[in-house]
Design a protein around this ligand. Structure first.
Ligand SMILES: Nc1ncnc2c1ncn2[C@@H]1O[C@H](COP(=O)(O)OP(=O)(O)OP(=O)(O)O)[C@@H](O)[C@H]1O
Ligand SMILES: N[C@@H](CCO)C(=O)O
Length: 307
């Protein structure tokens, strides 16, 4: 059996719609083994929305690898241990896709290179901003091209923390993409490219004072925040508590605030305010660090049946 650990991820990071994302220290574990025949999928916690047949996202991701390399297991057992909340903007689908591809590649003897796995994952997800950090960790700037992903990985220092606000409702990426406009104004495109460039420079040089300006966005948040009634309240409380920027995580509904080494004061301030204000949803709150490793194997027993 092969056990793979794959991190959550937060995409967009403000202005970097579909091209910036960071892996976070919150994990799903994917255990896979070849069996004589059939497909057995188990999951804990067991969520009824997780398919237990060929429609399961981890299985689908594994199958893209088998199709690519032309090797198929006789049968397959998959066990999923899920820590990443589903459909909350924390890269649960990318973790399934990148983790599934990574595990399948191990099962078939490592026929694909890292670049090939990164490309397959981004193609399956449709954009590379969650799948690439889920695969290789770190904060990633990535663009999906015809046959490859062009990307740069930045190793995030532990000084930078990610305060994550997770509401008790789901918002599917598909729905949150469908409500975006087909066209945007030229000035809004200019607004975002300047901030995305500023974000890349600020984050890689450690100039965190620029982050509040660099995390502004006009491409997706103005539309998506209508689906998240508490959005402005959460962003404002995070900024007032000392965050260096706060924005929608991926397609939402979770919100992420960037915090530096003073995070303990920030955490206390946020907890006090969250307990005292009226919100329309219940919000979980946790402070995470970036994961700089991505998908990793943490146990390999006998991998496949003897042929
Ligand atoms: N552990 C899991 N096992 C199987 N399928 C999963 C699992 N986690 C997520 N999925 C699938 O992915 C879907 C959620 O993907 P979606 O892209 O909508 O949200 P997300 O990936 O959590 O958020 P975002 O892409 O904004 O970060 C679920 O409806 C389910 O089909
Ligand atoms: N960039 C993607 C991330 C969610 O998967 C979006 O915002 O729709």
């Amino acid at each position: 059996m092969i056990s793979v650990k794959v991190p959550a991820s937060s995409a967009n990071l403000g202005a970097g719609f579909d091209c910036m994302g960071v892996a976070l220290k919150l994990y799903n574990i994917i255990e896979v083994e070849e069996i004589e025949k059939g497909l057995i999928i188990t999951s804990s916690p067991d969520d009824p929305s997780i398919a237990k047949d060929e429609n399961n996202l981890v299985f689908k991701a594994m199958k893209t690898v088998f199709d690519e390399v032309g090797w198929y297991p006789r049968g397959l057992r998959i066990n999923l241990i899920n820590e990443i909340p589903l459909t909350r903007g924390l890269g649960s689908s990318a973790a399934c896709i990148s983790g599934g591809i990574y595990a399948a590649n191990l099962l078939c003897g490592g026929k694909l290179s890292e670049e090939e796995m990164i490309y397959l994952a981004a193609k399956m997800e449709g954009h590379p901003d969650n799948s690439t950090p889920a695969m290789i960790g770190g904060l990633v700037f990535a663009v999906l091209e015809d046959k490859k992903v062009n990307y740069i990985k930045f190793v995030v220092p532990s000084r930078l923390k990610f305060a994550v606000f997770i509401p008790d409702f789901q918002l599917s990426t598909e729905y949150a993409r469908n409500i975006l406009p087909k066209y945007i104004e030229f000035k809004d495109a200019v607004f975002n490219i300047g901030r995305a460039a500023l974000f890349a420079s600020a984050i890689t040089t450690g100039n965190y004072e620029l982050l509040p300006a660099a995390t502004q966005d006009r491409l997706h948040q103005p539309y998506r925040k209508k689906l998240i009634p508490d959005f402005d309240k959460i962003v404002n409380l995070a900024l007032e508590a000392g965050a260096k920027g706060a924005f929608l995580s991926g397609a939402g509904p979770s919100i992420i605030a960037l915090v530096d080494e003073n995070y303990e004061i920030f955490e206390q301030n946020v907890k006090n305010v969250l307990a005292s204000i009226e919100l329309s949803a219940n919000w979980d709150f946790m402070i995470l660090e970036a994961d700089n490793s991505g998908a990793t194997v943490f146990s390999v027993q006998s991998t496949s049946l003897k042929r």
